[in-house]
Design a protein around this ligand. Structure first.
Ligand SMILES: Cc1cc2nc3c(=O)[nH]c(=O)nc-3n(C[C@H](O)[C@H](O)[C@H](O)COP(=O)(O)OP(=O)(O)OC[C@H]3O[C@@H](n4cnc5c(N)ncnc54)[C@H](O)[C@@H]3O)c2cc1C
Length: 279
């Protein structure tokens, strides 16, 4: 049903799969995601649609191996099928007339920001992209992003590639130099999105962040992915995942993301030790 037609290692911990899903490929917009299950009774995993090919009827997903379900997904091979793939879910990112946009991404957010940069580029907007990672081995999609950006900057924390430092260092310089920047889009680790949002607030530049709260049904019913934005409780799945970064309660989001740490660690350990073959 949802056959994997391509699989590659983007880095040691980041994997890419291309999956047959013609209906999703035909209607997905940037910022939207899918929820997949690997097998009957399996966990529901929300993952961003990193790319789509309407002609081939496929969607591309790029994921970081962080726990049991993503370890299992990384073990899938070309030709195998996923049990379910539900989507496109969530609201498309609303760029609302912005003309000069800086897109900032870190970690697996580099893949998640790709469809947004591509869409802005296709609409003829000016897009500057900044990507960053801890070191060179964790960077990817530089060539792909460069092809759809007017300017591109790369940073690594340790200076092993590009400029040494953080994505926010480059963003600061751009905001100082170019007063016509009217939107910043940030996707990546929560701490990075928090820092970028605090920063752009001083420059009064609208900022969109893509949140990744723990999500279960992804239809707005269970409430697991609730986030506080502008003092209101909203749901990541149906109201987001993109929100105004200046209004998000990042402290609460970070706490909620950590609430199942012990259970997650245990189930990853059990999968690694005993269950390699049980898929
Ligand atoms: C809208 C959305 C889009 C996402 N897009 C991507 C993407 O494109 N690429 C990518 O690598 N990751 C993405 N994520 C995060 C991804 O869903 C989790 O990494 C994955 O579910 C982890 O499952 P696990 O069993 O391997 O890890 P676990 O051991 O279960 O958890 C490891 C960590 O992953 C997060 N997590 C666990 N379960 C969920 C869940 N049901 N929903 C959200 N986060 C969870 C938590 O922070 C947790 O601490 C996205 C999350 C959301 C909400």
């Amino acid at each position: 049903m949802y056959r994997i037609v391509k699989r590659s290692d983007v880095s040691d911990t980041v994997k890419l799969i291309e999956v047959e899903a013609p209906l999703i490929a035909g209607s997905a917009k940037s910022g939207q995601f899918v929820v997949l299950r690997l097998k009957e009774g399996g966990e529901r995993i929300p993952l961003t649609i990193a790319d789509k090919d309407k002609n081939k009827g496929t969607v591309t997903i790029v994921f970081q191996v962080v726990g049991k379900s993503t370890m299992q997904l990384a073990d899938f091979k070309v030709g195998e099928e996923l049990k379910d793939l539900l989507g496109p879910l969530g609201k498309a990112t609303d760029f609302a007339g912005a003309k000069n946009i800086v897109c900032v991404a870190g970690g697996v957010g580099i893949a998640e920001i790709y469809p947004e940069v591509k869409e802005l580029h296709e609409e003829g907007k000016k897009v500057t992209t900044i990507i960053g990672a801890r070191n060179k081995s964790l960077l990817f999609f530089e060539k792909e992003l460069k092809a759809v950006s007017d300017a591109m900057h790369v940073t690594t924390d340790d200076g092993s590639y590009g400029r040494k430092g953080f994505v926010s260092d480059v963003l600061k310089e751009l905001l100082e130099k170019d007063k016509s920047i009217d939107l910043v889009v940030a996707v990546g680790p929560v701490i990075m999105m928090k820092v970028v949002s605090e920063f752009t607030k001083n420059y009064k530049v609208r900022t969109i962040v893509s949140l990744n709260p723990i999500m279960l049904d992804a239809t707005g019913m269970c409430g697991a992915c609730r986030v506080t934005v502008g003092g209101k409780t909203l749901f990541g799945c149906v109201d987001g995942p993109s929100f105004d970064g200046h209004q998000v309660d990042f402290g609460e989001l970070m706490k909620r993301l950590n609430q199942f740490k012990d259970e997650e660690k245990n189930s990853a350990e059990i999968y690694k030790l005993k269950c390699k073959e049980c898929r």
